[in-house]
Write a protein that binds this ligand. Structure first.
Ligand code: SF4
Length: 445
């Protein structure tokens, strides 16, 4: 059997793959890789051994565009045959100007065009019986125990600093039945944590008028609360990302309090000053975020809130920044990221007056992060002496890195476990929290 398998491996065309960008782009990469494997292509790790290379790019901010252009250049230099896809693919002229020799360029979540471009260069091989070895949920680029679940594409908002709607188009939701079936399959394949992602998770289903479906004998509509109800039946960790604080989000908090979903919300608030939120044209800009957070915590005291903010946005005054600092002190958010404003080509915000000098923006960011580090350190102290269930990500010697309900992979802190030689990556375990620093917890099995 090994010999037959090797023969397929030797004859199948080989495709190299570079995946850049956010979790949504990662899901696109997973889909393309799955399709390549299903059609019998070999996916290889090095440029030199590949017959061609697919680069899935990011086009969100200037630095990401540069990284993508560099990655295309590297693939061209090392291999010579390159197909470009992803968000930067929408900027074909820019790519052609820098790299005229790329073979084909397609936009984000356009799997069929990528496959057409691959077929044009490398005919699909004879069908390989070993494709059955691919899990039904497809190829994943995340560790086996967690997976991103993309529920929609695109966005109906027009935030002035963002070009995602221009790159990815308007909101297109995946019907609830399809999403729940995918989630169920991922769990059957061993996933212990599902991370729900979209550009705007709160808007899920509005474009398809909340179409209904039957799953496991029960009715569900394509909307956030029903999605959470369904996912809550799967018995794994469910974590919500990119949620905007609309009133209907309050419906999912009782599900968190009941243990159906992780008590965790990733809400990209971006600012606290109404003037700045209006200039940014943020969704839910008129909502009273602080009041809503306080109401949610009254229902679910353990709720961990993650957010991101932009400082130094055009027109931000010292008073606006002071309002933002006062907000984070009062809101006591758990996990926070902060970026200085960085202009993106063709974003509407470029036309705004009163740009903030770079050194002022940097200083505001420093102050912001210093303030938040203190808040985070104090927030984490509440876990001291508590028993927590954690999901183990890795074990090296007798130390393990794990995450609790309060930690999303890659972006939040972790739980550092000592005397952990017996723990296994990908498993749940109970630990006793012995201490904390600014961002991480320390624990014993
Ligand atoms: S909500 Fe705003 S920032 Fe987020 S993708 Fe849509 S336009 Fe961009």
């Amino acid at each position: 059997m090994a010999a037959v398998s090797d023969r397929f491996a030797q004859t199948a065309p080989r495709v190299g793959f570079v995946s850049l960008g956010c979790p949504k782009a990662l899901v696109d990469s997973e889909r393309i890789l799955t399709q390549l494997k299903v059609e019998g292509y070999q996916v290889v790790g090095g440029y030199r051994e590949a017959d061609l290379v697919v680069v899935n790019t990011c086009g969100f901010i200037e630095a990401a565009q540069q990284e993508s252009l560099d990655a295309i250049g590297e693939a061209l230099a090392e291999n010579g045959k390159v197909i470009v896809t992803g968000c930067l693919g929408k900027r074909e002229a820019l790519i052609r100007e820098r790299h005229p020799q790329v073979l084909a360029i397609t936009g984000p979540h356009d799997y069929e065009s990528v496959m057409r471009a691959v077929h044009a260069q490398l005919a699909p091989p004879a069908r390989n019986p070993y494709i059955d070895l691919i899990p039904a949920s497809g190829i994943k680029l995340t560790p086996r125990h967690y997976a991103y679940l993309k529920i929609s594409e695109g966005c109906n908002h027009k935030c002035s600093f963002c070009i995602i709607p221009k790159l990815r188009g308007r909101l297109v939701s995946r019907p609830i039945g399809e999403v729940l079936q995918e989630a169920e399959q991922l769990v059957k394949d061993g996933v212990k944590e599902l991370l729900v992602v979209a550009q705007d998770t709160s808007a899920y289903g509005v474009d398809i008028k909340y179409t209904g479906a039957v799953w496991r004998g029960n009715d569900y509509r394509t909307q956030l609360t029903d999605l959470c109800r369904g996912l809550g039946e799967l018995g794994v960790w469910i974590r919500l990302h990119y949620v905007y604080p609309y009133p209907h989000v309050s419906e999912v908090i009782p599900l968190m309090a009941a243990g159906k979903l992780l008590p965790y919300l990733d809400i990209p608030l971006q600012h606290a000053s109404q003037k700045m939120l209006k200039a940014m044209r943020r969704p839910a800009a008129g909502e009273k975020a602080l009041k809503r957070i306080q109401e949610w915590r009254a229902i679910c005291p353990d709720l961990t809130i993650r957010s991101t903010f932009i400082v130094g946005f055009p027109g931000e005054t010292a008073a606006d920044f002071a309002e933002l600092l006062a907000f984070i002190k009062e809101a006591q958010l758990d996990r926070v990221g902060c970026f200085t404003y960085s202009p993106v080509e063709s974003a509407d915000a470029n036309a705004l007056p009163d740009w903030v000098p770079a050194e002022v923006a940097q200083e505001r960011r420093r102050l912001f992060m210093e303030t938040q580090a203190q808040i985070s350190a104090v927030r984490l102290q509440r876990f001291a002496g508590r028993e927590l269930t954690v999901l183990v990500d890795s074990v090296v010697d007798d130390k393990a890195i794990a995450r609790s309900f309060a930690d999303a992979p890659e972006i939040d802190g972790v739980v550092r476990i000592s005397n952990a030689a017996k723990l296994k990556p990908g498993g749940f375990t109970k630990v006793l929290v012995t201490g904390s620093d600014h961002y991480d917890l320390f624990a014993q099995p």
